[in-house]
Ligand binder design. Structure first.
Ligand SMILES: [Zn+2]
Length: 379
C-alpha cells in the first residue's frame, strides 16, 4: 500500500499532489485532471497554499451530473488525517467504477498555516469552521452563553505543568458550571463559536478569511453547473474512537426529503448526528455558495480519537485545547510543559496509533463511496 500518512505539511502536500497526478494519469481515458495551488496570502510563513484538484469526465453523460468535493485541513492539524484519506482514495481508485456521473474536486489543506504549525486555527487564531459565512452581520453576533465560562476556557496566565490537583480543580469548576447552565448551553458556550474574544477557543474572526474567499473564487471558476454537489469535509477529534460520525447542517423543511434519502440508509453503517447548530461551518457554506441546480449536501465527517466520545472524553479534549490555546497566547512555564501539551494535542487530532490510522482509511474507503453513490442517484 502506498504511503498516505505524513507528519509535516510539506510532505503531506507533496504526497497528495503525487497521488492526484498518478490517479489522473491512470484515469486519463475517463477524466481530465487539473491541480492548482491557491495561495494563502494572509500567512506570513512564505508560500503556503491549498491544492484544488479536479477530475472531470471527458465523455458526455446521460442525465444529471454530480460533483463530489472532498476537503481536508479546515482545522489545520486535523488535515494530516484528512490528507491521508484523500491520498488513499486517489491511490486506490477502483471505487470510481461504482460512479458514472460524478466528477471530483479535492481541496487539500484548507488551512495550510494550521497544518504547518499543528494548530486548529489560522494565523489570526480564527477557527475557519466558525468563519465560513456569507452574511457579514453574523460577525457581530454574540454568543449568549460564553461569558460565565471565559475564565476556564481562556485563562490569562502562562500554562503551568499539569498537576493532578490543579487539573481536578479545573474539571470540578467546569462541571459546576455545566450543572448550573445545562449541557446544551454549556456545549454552545464552549464550542458554539463566537466573534467577541480573539484569544478564546472557537473564535470565528471579525470578517471572512481572505483565504476562504480565494478558494471560493477558484472553485467558482473551475466548477460548471452541477445538479448535485456533495461536500465531505474531513475532521478528527469528535465522537467514539475510530468511528465515523457525520454531522448534518440545519436542514430546511423543503430539503428534508432529499437529505433523508441520502442519509437514511446509513444509520446502520455509521453515526449520523444532528448537532446544535453552529454558525460558519465550511462545508455548509460552500454547498450554499456553489449553488448546484438541484441540491447541495455539506457534511462534516468526523473520526473520533478518544474513548467513547461521551461527556467525559469531550471534557478531556476541551482541556487539551484550552491548554494549547492558553500557551499560544501566554506562553508555557517550561519547555517540557509545552512539549507535553503539544504531544497530547497532536494525539487528540492525529493519533500515532497504527491501528487507528488503518481504521481511518478502511472506514473512509467504505463510507465515502457509499455516500457519493447515494448522492449520484439524486441527479
Ligand atoms: Zn475539526
Amino acid at each position: 500500500m502506498k504511503q498516505a500518512f505524513f507528519n509535516d505539511f510539506e510532505s503531506a502536500s507533496t504526497g497528495f499532489k503525487q497521488a492526484f497526478v498518478e490517479c489522473g494519469r491512470r484515469r486519463s481515458a475517463e477524466f481530465e485532471a487539473n491541480c492548482e495551488q491557491v495561495f494563502d496570502l494572509s500567512a506570513s510563513d512564505g508560500m503556503l497554499f491549498s491544492w484544488v484538484g479536479t477530475l472531470k469526465r471527458t465523455a458526455k453523460v446521460a442525465g444529471g451530473r454530480a460533483l463530489a468535493v472532498l476537503s481536508s485541513g479546515v482545522h489545520g492539524i486535523e488535515g494530516f488525517a484528512g490528507s491521508a484519506i484523500q491520498s488513499c482514495l486517489l491511490n486506490q481508485d477502483t471505487w470510481f467504477g461504482g460512479l458514472s456521473r460524478t466528477d471530483f474536486c479535492f481541496i487539500h489543506g484548507v488551512n495550510p498555516w494550521g497544518m504547518l504549525h499543528r494548530e486548529r486555527t489560522d494565523s489570526d487564531n480564527v477557527d475557519l469552521n466558525r468563519n465560513s459565512h456569507s452574511d457579514v452581520n453574523l460577525f457581530q453576533q454574540k454568543n449568549p452563553w460564553l461569558f460565565p465560562f471565559l475564565p476556564l476556557l481562556s485563562p490569562n496566565a502562562p500554562v503551568r505543568q499539569s498537576q493532578l490537583e490543579s487539573e481536578l480543580l479545573w474539571f470540578g469548576r467546569l462541571l459546576a458550571k455545566i450543572l448550573k447552565n445545562g449541557v446544551r448551553r454549556s456545549t454552545l458556550a464552549a464550542t458554539g463559536g463566537h466573534y467577541q474574544y480573539p484569544d478564546t477557543l472557537f473564535y470565528g474572526g471579525a470578517s471572512r478569511s481572505q483565504h476562504l474567499d480565494r478558494l471560493l473564487e477558484a472553485l467558482r471558476g473551475l466548477i460548471a453547473q452541477y445538479d448535485v454537489v456533495t461536500l465531505i469535509d474531513f475532521h478528527t477529534g469528535l465522537g467514539k474512537k475510530s468511528e465515523v460520525t457525520l454531522l448534518l447542517p440545519e436542514i430546511s423543511p423543503a430539503d428534508r426529503a432529499s437529505w433523508e434519502l441520502l442519509v437514511g440508509d446509513f444509520h446502520h453503517s455509521f453515526e449520523v448526528r444532528r448537532e446544535p447548530v453552529v454558525p460558519g461551518v465550511f462545508s455548509e457554506w460552500l454547498a450554499k455558495e456553489l449553488k448546484p441546480k438541484k441540491q447541495g449536501f455539506g457534511f462534516v465527517y468526523e473520526v473520533g480519537t478518544l474513548g467513547k466520545g461521551g461527556l467525559r472524553d469531550n471534557l478531556r479534549s476541551l482541556r487539551r485545547m484550552v491548554r494549547l490555546n492558553q500557551g499560544r497566547h501566554w506562553g508555557w512555564e517550561s519547555l517540557a510543559t509545552e512539549q507535553r501539551d503539544r504531544e497530547l494535542f497532536q494525539e487528540l487530532f492525529f493519533p500515532s496509533c497504527l491501528m487507528w490510522r488503518e481504521q481511518l482509511l478502511r472506514r473512509a474507503q467504505f463510507c465515502v463511496p457509499q455516500l457519493l453513490s447515494a448522492a449520484e442517484q439524486q441527479c
